[in-house]
Ligand binder design. Structure first.
Ligand code: GLN
Length: 251
């Protein structure tokens, strides 16, 4: 089937080649006989809450975030409606921060957020940089690891009861202290991890695709046959080993 994907602000939020995540989604959809129809939604674009099965927002530095934050906040209610209606979403770093209630940057200026994720972000005086390894449970009882790379000044504090993407095994995560990384709301995932994220963690790409298919069909997410990908496994192994040797937080 054809899955409809909205890529928000690709010209502004695309550091560390976050666009590569879209390439992985496209390839893994094709492996299962599906295709993606990707629409870029920029400053003049519109979000129509039932028009897409999957939304993607990449990362960006404070300057780029400030340029799009008011526009994204104005699109916020349509985006929330889409996610509450069952659409899948992946937001990385700067995009993740702006999908919370707001972000106070290094210069003290406040950027409005969408209010999809139950969190707030405030920039600290140091940056949290390096490889990260997480442990998460996308489906109850199914343990997975996520390897990626973080580089952020923002400290994201989840509200009590909010569901993180995972627990930090190595690295800083949301705030360097809580041991949480990322956030989940229904089929939406926010995370600090670049890498880009999906080339190193193809199971997460599959999870997102399955959720997008569920949105499109109105049925349960399909269970895909695993497709071995040695390069992706190697990329995961290397990033996980680097995260381990980095030190930082350990369980
Ligand atoms: N500007 C944000 C921060 O430094 C996000 C950076 C990013 O997307 N890598 O916290």
């Amino acid at each position: 089937m054809k899955l409809r994907v909205a890529h928000l602000y690709p010209d502004y939020l695309n550091i560390y080649a976050d666009r590569g995540n879209i390439a992985v989604l496209t390839q893994r959809a094709e492996l299962r006989g599906h295709s993606l129809e990707i629409e870029s939604v920029g400053l003049s674009g519109e979000i129509r809450s039932s028009a897409h099965d999957l939304y993607y927002v990449g990362g960006g530095q404070d300057r780029e975030q400030a340029l799009i934050a008011p526009d994204l906040a104005a699109k916020g209610s349509a985006l929330i409606e889409a996610v509450l209606g069952g659409a899948a979403l992946l937001a990385v770093c700067g995009g993740y921060q702006l999908l919370g209630r707001g972000y106070r940057g290094r210069d003290g200026s406040t950027m409005p957020g969408v209010g999809l994720f139950p969190h707030e972000t405030v920039a600290g005086s140091t940056r949290m940089i390096g490889d990260v390894l997480l442990e998460c449970e996308p489906v109850p009882g199914e343990r997975r690891t996520v390897a990626g790379f973080e580089n952020h000044a923002g400290r994201t504090l989840l509200d009590g009861g909010a569901v993180p993407l995972g627990r930090v095994i190595h690295g800083h995560g949301n705030d360097g202290e809580s041991g949480f990384e990322g956030c989940r709301v229904q089929r939406a995932i926010g995370t600090y991890l670049h890498g880009p994220l999906l080339p190193r963690n193809p199971w997460l790409a599959d999870w997102l695709l399955a959720q997008a298919i569920a949105h499109a069909t109105g049925e349960d997410p399909p269970v895909f046959v695993e497709v071995p990908d040695e390069l992706a496994e190697e990329a995961h192994r290397v990033a996980a080993a680097r995260a381990k040797s980095r030190g930082g937080r350990r369980r």
